[in-house]
Design a protein around this ligand. Structure first.
Ligand SMILES: Nc1nc2c(ncn2[C@@H]2O[C@H](COP(=O)(O)OP(=O)(O)OP(=O)(O)O)[C@@H](O)[C@H]2O)c(=O)[nH]1
Ligand SMILES: [Zn+2]
Length: 294
């Protein structure tokens, strides 16, 4: 018996990497099917193998989390790439990603891309946003393919972690990864390709080794709708509300029309950024208007 991690799943085979970095082709034990357990890429497992091609996954170890698209588990963090230009910087888009990532109990890290496209007088605006998100506790880094930058800061972002890359098409996700490791062959074009493969097609995912950790080769959180989010849990996904919401007069305060709402007071005092509260209200309405699904 050995311990390992599933790096790739393809045609009924699981490719399990052991602690020494060797990869074993395995099938799953029949009992998983019976128990309706499906091994996922990212799973830590126990396996048996007499050679490199005829192994058996015998046990799935408990998961920290699991994503559906891409199907991958035990994700440490989601790197949310947002361009400051082309497409234009959008805090509402960033907040959407943050809410979705927080919902999955995955740590978000923010990467501002295409910094070279900023005009002289626009740097300050971006730096201010950076400060606001850092004050919430998020790690925010910036990147540009056109600016020489010490790479160790960027490497620290990914080193030793299992990372899913998220971000709109064209923001520079693959350019960033290629800078860190030119040998990576990340398929970030998958979502936007013109072959008509919809984003709902289940795609196979592979964990690619990088800097002692891994990145999923397929971008995550491509669907930005809030179908899985309940109204009641939305406030918790705004991490900057947390230190105030406990003192709201009403337990379960939704920070909308309730009296003595400490969150709204913090917005009025400028301690919570008003654009964050605007986005909260916008997402709140969006979830509220959602047609019930049967
Ligand atoms: N000026 C400038 N252009 C960049 C930068 N990073 C990426 N680009 C350009 O932006 C375009 C999109 O970059 P990609 O790295 O393919 O973006 P992506 O997020 O992987 O896009 P998808 O594959 O569609 O998900 C390319 O034309 C890049 O050359 C940057 O830092 N500065
Ligand atoms: Zn409140």
């Amino acid at each position: 018996m050995a311990n390992g991690k599933i790096m790739k799943a393809l045609s009924g085979f699981y490719y399990v990497e052991d602690e020494t970095g060797e990869v074993f082709q395995c099938r799953a034990r029949g009992v998983f099917r019976k128990n309706k357990e499906t091994p996922l890429v990212g799973d830590d497992v126990e396996f048996e193998s007499a050679n490199k091609t005829d192994g058996t996954v015998t046990k799935l170890l408990p998961r920290k989390n699991a994503l559906v698209r891409p199907p991958v588990s035990n994700v440490d963090q989601a790197l949310i790439a947002v361009s400051v230009k082309e497409p234009d910087f959008s805090t509402v888009l960033l907040d959407r990603f943050l809410v979705l990532v927080e919902k999955h109990n995955i740590t978000p890290v923010i990467l501002l891309t295409k910094m070279d496209l900023l005009k002289e007088n626009e740097y300050e605006m971006v730096a201010n946003y950076q400060k606001i998100y850092e004050a919430m506790g998020y790690v925010v880094k910036s990147f540009s393919t056109e600016i020489d930058q010490e790479s160790h800061q960027l490497e620290e972002l990914l080193a030793g972690k299992t990372t899913v890359i998220a971000g709109q098409s064209g923001v520079g996700k693959s350019s960033f990864l290629n800078r860190l490791n030119p040998h990576l062959n990340i398929k970030t074009a998958a979502i936007s390709d013109s072959l008509g493969r919809g984003k709902h097609t289940t795609r196979h995912v592979e964990l690619v080794p990088i800097l002692g950790g891994h990145v999923a080769d397929t971008p995550g959180f491509s669907s930005l709708d809030f179908a899985e989010i309940n109204l009641e849990e939305l406030p918790k996904l705004f991490v900057d509300f947390e230190q105030y919401s406990e003192a709201c007069k009403f337990r379960g305060c939704m920070h909308m029309n309730e009296p003595k709402c400490r969150v709204k007071e913090a917005v009025a005092r400028g301690e919570i950024a008003s654009f964050r509260y605007d986005h909260y209200q916008q997402f709140y309405e969006e979830i509220k208007q959602r047609k019930p699904r049967y």
